[in-house]
Design a protein around this ligand. Sequence first.
Ligand SMILES: [Zn+2]
Length: 155
Amino acid sequence: MFFLINKLEEHFNMPKNIYLDPEYQKKYRSQKEHITRQKQYKQTLKENKKKLLFENIGDSCSFCGSNENLELDHINPKIGGHHKTRGHRGMNTSINHIQKQLELNNLRWLCCKCHKDHSKKQLNAAWNHFINLPLDKQEELLLQYETPKQNYETL
Ligand SMILES: [Zn+2]
């Protein structure tokens, strides 16, 4: 983003023949190389993650054995670092997180279909658990999930 703003500023502040300027071309080339290096780094990181995962948890769905559309699943969501509310479920997939979760034996592959089915079952189980609680317990739980109101100071 910062790079883009820089480029825009350059574009509007410089004379039109800027692209012919060897200094500009040099700078442009080095920025391009920087981006290429970043892309390579991301690609390597992705490959390292894949290798680490394949070596530790194989390369097929834990439920049906399929090798297609695999998604990483945290076996126990509680220690998987999921956010408390499902509407905002950010999953941390840094290599550090993956290593820790592998040590806890908390990762497995699920194919897209099995993952969806499994999540649906989890939601249904949670719902059934909830509606079987006494009303006061239900209300107590709901309070924990209430969106906090923003208190703006008024002048
Ligand atoms: Zn499956």
